[in-house]
Design a binder for this molecule. Structure first.
Ligand code: HEC
Length: 481
């Protein structure tokens, strides 16, 4: 299956996924933890006939419904839109692999929405038992949603035995499943308490009552912290080798790891010193800072979790540039353009003289003739190859991981080598899946993108022999430079 690429200037398409998914995660964990909070606490308040607490919980339920059911649901649907556009092959793959998983998830999502609205809108009109039951139905459905989605997203990091068996359950209960369910459940408890502190510090005027709310939520938050720590450590220990390597080898991820650990420790410390040991610290300022740190730690963790999957979108199965691992050898021998629907149609329309249909009606491309095209034509084809091969992680001239900046001052030979062996340059890049001639055209494109060294930085030829030219590189047209 071959899909067209989607060019998002500056940001690159996958970064849009990262943005919207991160915002969604910050709210969706609250959707789970907050649901449990409301179910447990309304039940507690009814049992103790605590009208004051019930009144607060109703206010909180309004905030909760607005943020999670409305905003959370919209961003959730937004993720589907964006992944369908930015990562069509991987989305296709995940839908096909987990059709019934998704279907079940949507059933629970509908239950969740219905129970959530009933819980809030029928407040005071349902008898306490039914009301609390609604809260529990919401909370359990929301947690099951979390479990179902985690099974599928954890599969992307490590599909376990699925590639051999193609069995749904092998894929779903993958090695990353339990660690991630544990960490996410903990994150849900912890974030929910931070949201409660945030809301209560503004809405609850009575200091004494605020202290009561603070104390009620500190235990689940402490439990959440423990689950996050255990789940996070377990996640790390279970990481596939390639992800451990990416975690250690990529500078950006190193920095983010430090930030995440620091923020997480700060949140734990504040939680212990503040609400747990000294209820009474809570002011709107403290609550904003606390929630801000919690959200920042979660967002960084989420980003790292996504980033360590490189070079894969689905480990060992789908590569980061929308190529199936099993297709790499075929694309290398047939050619990327010939082997994919959209680029071959594009080339046939643009250079009909280079393509012909074989006896089975398949489009064949004259690879060597590609190299005989004039320089601008080669660059144009190179750009198409770039969009398919590299654009998922590199903007061209400016923006995320921009190619032009990375290549400043590189000579043709270095560019040519990195195109042919990206996975050797940085092991979190997918391998080249095209022919020698196509690699040449991409090199042409990159060479005209590449800026010269800044003035004063040219130190001349170093010692030793000039690097030998790569095989096939004698075609490298100097005119392109
Ligand atoms: C799955 C994501 C991904 C894809 C696809 C990808 N790259 Fe990269 N590439 C990266 C990352 C991440 C870096 C590291 C950037 C950094 O160090 O800041 C990188 C770095 C580079 C560098 C600089 C290496 C260095 O040592 O500084 C070059 C050159 C490069 N990529 C070329 C390419 C080319 C050419 C393609 C397409 C054939 C490609 N990349 C496709 C993720 C990718």
């Amino acid at each position: 299956m071959s899909y067209p690429w989607w060019h998002v200037p500056f940001l690159t398409a996958p970064m849009l996924i990262a943005l919207i998914a991160t915002v969604h995660v910050l709210v969706s964990h609250y959707a789970v933890g907050g649901g449990l909070f409301l179910a447990v606490e309304t039940s507690h308040a009814y049992r103790h006939k605590d009208e004051r607490y019930l009144a607060y919980l109703k206010q909180h339920a309004w905030f909760f419904v607005l943020l999670t059911v409305v905003f959370g649901a919209i961003t959730g649907v937004g993720i589907w839109w964006i992944i369908g556009l930015a990562s069509p092959l991987a989305t296709h793959f995940l839908i096909q692999t987990f059709v019934f998983g998704w279907a079940t998830e949507w059933v629970f999502f509908v239950i969740e929405l219905t129970a959530g609205f009933a819980f809030y809108y029928f407040w005071g009109r349902l008898d306490p038992k039914t009301h609390v039951a609604m809260g529990w139905i919401y909370a359990i459905a929301a947690w099951i949603s979390l479990v179902l989605i985690t099974g599928i997203t954890a599969f992307m990091l490590d599909p376990g035995r699925w590639p051999e068996t193609h069995n749904f359950w092998d894929g779903f209960f993958n090695p990353q499943f339990l660690p991630q369910v544990l960490a996410r459940t903990g994150g849900a408890f912890l974030l929910a308490s931070l949201y409660v502190y945030f809301h209560a510090s503004f809405r609850c005027r009575d200091r004494e009552h605020l202290r009561y709310i603070e104390r009620r939520s500190s235990r689940p938050a402490m439990l959440g912290s423990i689950l996050v720590a255990v789940g996070g450590l377990w996640w790390f220990l279970m990481l596939p080798e390639s992800s451990k390597a990416a975690l250690q080898g990529a500078a950006v991820i190193n920095v983010l790891m430090v930030i995440m650990f620091t923020l997480t420790i700060v949140v734990f410390a504040l939680l212990y010193l503040g609400p747990y040991r000294n209820p009474g610290w809570l002011s709107p300022g403290f609550a904003i800072m606390f929630l801000g740190f919690g959200l920042a730690a979660t967002a960084t963790g989420e980003y790292i979790r996504e980033a360590v999957r490189k070079p894969y979108i689905v480990y060992n199965l789908v590569l980061g540039n929308q190529v199936l691992v099993e297709d790499v050898p075929r694309l290398r021998s047939e050619g990327f353009i010939e082997g994919t629907t959209w680029p071959s149609a594009w080339l046939a329309a643009r250079h009909p003289q280079l393509t012909q249909r074989d006896s089975e009606g398949r489009l064949r491309i004259d690879e060597q003739a590609l190299l005989g095209l004039p320089a601008e034509e080669r660059v144009d084809i190179g750009e198409v190859l770039f969009m398919y091969h590299c654009n998922d992680c590199h903007a061209a001239e400016n923006g995320v991981n921009a190619m032009a900046h990375l290549l400043t001052g590189w000579n043709r030979e270095m560019v040519a080598t990195s195109v042919r062996h990206p996975e050797q340059l940085k092991y979190f890049m997918p391998p080249w899946s095209g022919t020698e001639a196509e690699a040449e055209l991409l090199t042409d494109y990159l060479m005209q993108l590449r800026p010269e060294l800044p003035p004063g930085m040219d130190f001349g030829e170093g010692p030793g022999q000039p690097l030998s030219m790569l095989p096939g590189n004698d075609n490298a047209s100097e005119e392109v430079r």
